[in-house]
Design a protein around this ligand. Structure first.
Ligand code: GLU
Length: 282
């Protein structure tokens, strides 16, 4: 763990407008940074170039400034750092942990549908059945350059190499044992997105010296995978705090995909930033 000032970050994906859940996460990171005399970073997680839009990124800056937040510049944008992620991927590849996969998502769905009680990952997606795992290996870069569909982590090998005793320190929760195998052979890169969220997030947090990862409970299980990648790539271990999610009136998680009320809609309807902060407990 880095000595000295603590480093917090808020890392939104610019694929929609921010809602109250984002506001809570951003305000919490900002408050914790201020209270501890630490640093607050904003990171734009735009690796998914198919879904990221400049207008959503512009809106992130505008909405956060309206809420009264200040962050360090320049802001790191993942789309400008694909080479960092490619290097991490190559390292895993050199360790013999990466394989090319030509299966389509629909192939995996069909396979799972044909087997009763086929295991699913914590997000509910069927685990990859390993169809391409034992095919002859090809270098990761070559696979992506020549139109291979995806690169996957050989989870069995990766977990064995990482060894026992993988855990993380959770705020208010002590030591949490990591269980990365529940994710199966995850995708690390795809033809259209040359780095998965998991690779990008661990590389970025390490390069930016993030000491405290404060994010929603929906990413709690992903932390198992991130801790595995830290160990394999010899990256420092941050502390974690997975906060409760802001729910809508029906008790459902807010989501861009379901059109939950955005900060800009609230602002247009006359809400004041001070009211939003107060409603969220800041
Ligand atoms: N970019 C992710 C999101 O918007 C957050 C990632 C993280 O905080 O680790 O959901």
């Amino acid at each position: 763990m880095t000595e000295g000032r603590r480093v917090f970050r808020f890392a939104p994906s610019p694929n929609g407008f921010l809602h109250m859940g984002h506001a809570y996460s951003a305000l919490l990171n900002f408050a914790l940074a201020r209270e501890s005399g630490g640093r607050f970073l904003l990171r734009i997680e735009d690796i998914d170039q198919g879904r990221a839009r400049p207008e959503f990124e512009a809106a992130i800056y505008e909405d956060l400034a309206w809420l009264g937040l200040e962050w360090e510049t320049p802001v790191r944008r993942q789309s400008e750092h694909f080479e960092d992620y490619a290097r991490a991927l190559e390292r895993l590849d050199e360790m013999g942990l990466v394989y090319a996969c030509d299966c389509k998502r629909s192939d995996v769905m069909h396979f799972a549908a044909a087997h009763t009680d086929w295991p699913r990952d914590p997000d509910g997606a069927p685990l990859y059945p390993g169809t391409c795992r034992d095919k002859p290996r090809r270098p990761a870069r070559e696979v992506l350059a020549h139109g291979g569909l995806a690169l996957r982590l050989d989870m069995g090998k990766a977990a064995a190499l990482a060894g026992a005793g993988l855990s993380w320190r959770e705020w208010g929760g002590g030591d949490i044992p990591a269980n990365p195998t529940q994710w199966g052979d995850v995708v690390l890169a795809r033809k259209d997105t040359p780095a998965s969220y998991h690779i990008a997030v661990v590389v970025d947090d390490a390069l930016q010296g993030v000491t405290d990862v404060v994010r929603g409970r929906d990413l709690f299980n992903a932390t198992s995978l991130h801790r595995l990648l830290h160990r394999l790539l010899e990256l420092p271990e941050p502390r974690y705090r997975h906060h409760d999610l802001v729910l809508d009136e029906g008790g459902e998680k807010l989501a861009k995909s379901r059109g939950s009320e955005t900060l800009r809609a609230l602002r247009a309807a006359g809400a004041q930033a001070a009211d939003i902060r107060k409603r969220l407990g800041f």
